[in-house]
Design a protein around this ligand. Sequence first.
Ligand code: CMP
Length: 238
Amino acid sequence: MNTQVEQPRRGPSLTLLHSIPIFAGVPDAQLEQIAKVAFHRRVARQTTIVRAGDSTDSLYVLISGGAKVLNSDEEGREVILTLLGPGEFFGEMGLIDGSPRSADVMATETCELLVITKNDFKRCLAENFDLCLNIMKSLVQRLREADRNIESLALMDVYGRVAKLLIDFSEDERGERVIRRRLTKQDIAKMIGASREMVSRVMKDLENQGYFRVEEGRIVILEKRVPSPAAAAAAAKP
Ligand code: CMP
């Protein structure tokens, strides 16, 4: 399904731009320029906003909703590279190096987006060092995450990978580490390179071993360390 719900073009408010991390530190005069060229777009769940291989035309900032960045092969097998939430942006890679889109970005729920066209984005970058720095910081952060993912794929078993992913996705909530975002077993499987069945089994074992508990639709992490292969083997015993 690829239903897109377009809304009339209108610029974002300065208050909204102030709340978006890539615009942190950007002076108001510059934000006013961005407000003039950025426009809102709303897309329905499961809309492919950006398609791998397409030529690049715009940068997108997620105002609300969620999206997944994924790649797939000819047989339809998918790997999820990351999940994006409010305040995060995508589509910058093609704009920076001129290459086609590197991945699909699909809405996992209804999304409010802010769109800035390629030429406007490049002009904003040329005129604002803080914006360049914020983009560079995000790219570095993504590279660090990708390095950590490569490391866990190469060195950890599925128990370790599932536990690490749950810890990485958890956020501090009054002293507890809690996963609030909707995370399906299928999504976890596609992020760690395992089958959904395997992820279900491993999560059940980890829950039984007291690594986390599920309450009111959210996951509370109880053990913040990734299980060693020996602990994973013990958890796997019937
Ligand atoms: P672009 O290549 O233009 O289109 C696909 C977008 O997905 C890409 O820009 C990035 O914004 C985003 N993307 C690709 N790989 C990752 C990743 N590993 N982590 C976060 N975002 C990514």
